[in-house]
Design a protein around this ligand. Structure first.
Ligand code: FCB
Length: 459
C-alpha cells in the first residue's frame, strides 16, 4: 500500500467555524434584541422542521466547555460571529453592555488557551429594528453597520486581530431577497441587487474603522464561491455558465477588486427589467469605498456548479458531457474537491488577493453515535481530507492560502433546513446538549498535530 503525505507550511492555521444564530441560543437573554432570523424562523413554513435558534447548541452558556473541546482537538483558531442585536438591540444607538461583555469573555477564554479568535461581524442576524426600516435594500443599514463595527471593534480591537466584515454577501442579498429562502424572505430582484450593493458598501466603510480601532489587525470579507463549468460544449451552456459565474461569483469579486460591477450582468439585469431605476443606488465614490484595500480574501467553498442552459430546449442542446460525480452530501451538494483547487487558482490568478483563507468547508452527513457512543462519520472525514489535499495542491501552485476552517465545529441550526442537516465535526445531542467529537474531529486533531494530511492507499 502506498501512502502520500501532504505537509502544510509552518504557519498554516487550522481552525473551525460557527456563527452566532446557529449555535448560541439564549435569544432572549441579557438584553439581546430581536433579529430577522428570530422573526423568520418563528413564521410558519419557513424552516423545514419548523425549528428555530432559540436554544440551538446553547453555546451562550456552554462556551467554556466548547473552548475546552476546541483545545482538545488542537484547534489553533476559532471563527465565530458576533450577534449585532446583542450589541445594539435596536440596530443603532443604545449599546447593550451585557452583549459586549459576552464576546469579551469568549475572546479572553480563547486567548487564554492560545486559540486565535477570527471574528465575523455579520453572519445574517440583522437586528429586526433595522429590517423594519428597510433592511439591506436601504442604504441606512450600511451606515448602521459602520456604527456597530465601531462599537464592537473599540471594545475588542485590542484582542481580536482577525476581522471579517460580511459573511457571504450573495446569501445576504440574492438568497434572502430574490430567492426568498433566507430571512427576510423577499422575492424581488431589484431589492436583492440593492441589498448586494449595501452589504459591499458596509464592508468598504467598515474596513478603515477596523484598522483604526484594532491596530495591526488583518481585515477581510468572506465570499461563498462556486466554480462553474458548462454541462456540454454548446454555446448555450457556455453562456449559462458565464451567467451563473457572474451572478454568484463575479458580482462580488469584481467590485471588491476595483473593477465595478460586471458589465455583462448589468446589461442582462437592465434587459430583463430587474433594475427599473437603473443603478441609481450607486452614489459617487461608492465603488472606491467597496474596493477598499483588504489584507485577505476569505472563501467558503462547498461544491461546484454544472451549468445547463434553461433557455434552449433540451432536445436542441448538445448532450451533457459533464455530470455530477459520486454520491452527494445530504444537502444534495456534489462532492468536488478538485474544484476547490481550481477556485483558489482562478481567484489568485484573476484578482491577486494578498492572502486567502478557506473560512468554511465541510459536509452534511447525519451519521450518529453507535452503541459504543462513537460517531463514525467516515464520509465527512474523507470530504475534509480530500479538500485539505486540494488546498495543499493550490499552495504548491503558489496560492498564498494561509488557513483552513472546517464548517462546522459542531452540529447546529442550519438556517432554512433547521436541525435536519448536521455539519459538525462534533455531534450535538440537542436534548441533553451533550457533545461527542466525531471520528472526523479526531482525525482533524491528529492532522493538526502533524501539520499534515496523510493518504493511505493507491490513489
Ligand atoms: C454557509 C453559511 C454557514 C452554513 C454553511 C453550511 O453558506 O455561511 O452558516 O450554513 O453554509
Amino acid at each position: 500500500m502506498t501512502s502520500a503525505r501532504f505537509q502544510f507550511p509552518d504557519n498554516f492555521i487550522w481552525g473551525s467555524a460557527t456563527s452566532a444564530y446557529q449555535v448560541e441560543g439564549a435569544t432572549n437573554e441579557d438584553g439581546r434584541g430581536e433579529s430577522i432570523w428570530d422573526r423568520f424562523s418563528h413564521a410558519p413554513g419557513k424552516i423545514e422542521d419548523a425549528s428555530n435558534g432559540d436554544a440551538a447548541c446553547d453555546h451562550y452558556h456552554r462556551w467554556r466547555g466548547d473552548i475546552a473541546l476546541m483545545k482538545q482537538l488542537n484547534l489553533q483558531a476559532y471563527r465565530f460571529s458576533i450577534a449585532w442585536p446583542r450589541i445594539l438591540p435596536e440596530g443603532r444607538g443604545r449599546v447593550n453592555q451585557a452583549g459586549v461583555d459576552f464576546y469579551r469573555r469568549l475572546v479572553d477564554g480563547l486567548l487564554e488557551v492560545n486559540i486565535t479568535p477570527f471574528a465575523t461581524l455579520y453572519h445574517w442576524d440583522l437586528p429586526q429594528a433595522l429590517q423594519d426600516r428597510g433592511g439591506w435594500p436601504a442604504r441606512a443599514t450600511a451606515e448602521a453597520f459602520v456604527e456597530y463595527t465601531d462599537v464592537i471593534s473599540r471594545a475588542l480591537g485590542d484582542r481580536v486581530k482577525h476581522w471579517m466584515t460580511i459573511n457571504e454577501p450573495w446569501c445576504v442579498s440574492f438568497l434572502s431577497h430574490q430567492k426568498g429562502e433566507h430571512a427576510p424572505g423577499w422575492r424581488d430582484w431589484a431589492a436583492a441587487i440593492r441589498a448586494a450593493h449595501h452589504t459591499l458598501l458596509a464592508h468598504g466603510w467598515a474596513v478603515p474603522v477596523l484598522r483604526q480601532n484594532s491596530p495591526g489587525a488583518e481585515v477581510g470579507i468572506v465570499l461563498n464561491q462556486e466554480p462553474v463549468i458548462p454541462a456540454s460544449p454548446s454555446a448555450a451552456d457556455y453562456q449559462a455558465a458565464r451567467e451563473h459565474d457572474g451572478y454568484f461569483n463575479r458580482w462580488f469579486l469584481d467590485p471588491i477588486y476595483g473593477r465595478g460591477y460586471p458589465a455583462d450582468k448589468v446589461a442582462e439585469y437592465l434587459h430583463l427589467g430587474y433594475l427599473p431605476n437603473g443603478l441609481d443606488f450607486i452614489q459617487p465614490g461608492d465603488l472606491d469605498v467597496i474596493a477598499a484595500h483588504t489584507d485577505f480574501l476569505a472563501l467558503n467553498y462547498y461544491t461546484r456548479k454544472i451549468a445547463r442552459s434553461a433557455v434552449l430546449p433540451e432536445s436542441e442542446n448538445l448532450p451533457a458531457t459533464v455530470q455530477r460525480q459520486g454520491e452527494p452530501t445530504e444537502m444534495d451538494w456534489e462532492v468536488a474537491p478538485d474544484s476547490l483547487r481550481h477556485l483558489l487558482n482562478r481567484i489568485y490568478f484573476d484578482y491577486q488577493p494578498r492572502k486567502l483563507y478557506i473560512t468554511e468547508n465541510g459536509a452534511s452527513y447525519s451519521d450518529g453515535p453507535n452503541r459504543q457512543g462513537e460517531v463514525h462519520d467516515v464520509r465527512r472525514l474523507n470530504y475534509v481530507r480530500d479538500h485539505l489535499i486540494a488546498c495543499h495542491r493550490a499552495i504548491q501552485n503558489g496560492v498564498p492560502l494561509a488557513g483552513y476552517f472546517v464548517w462546522s465545529f459542531m452540529d447546529n441550526f442550519e438556517w432554512a433546513k433547521g436541525y435536519t442537516q448536521r455539519f459538525g465535526i462534533i455531534w450535538v445531542d440537542y436534548e441533553t446538549q451533550r457533545r461527542i467529537p466525531k471520528q472526523s474531529a479526531l482525525w482533524f486533531r491528529d492532522a493538526i498535530a502533524a501539520n499534515a494530511v496523510t493518504l493511505d492507499g493507491d490513489r
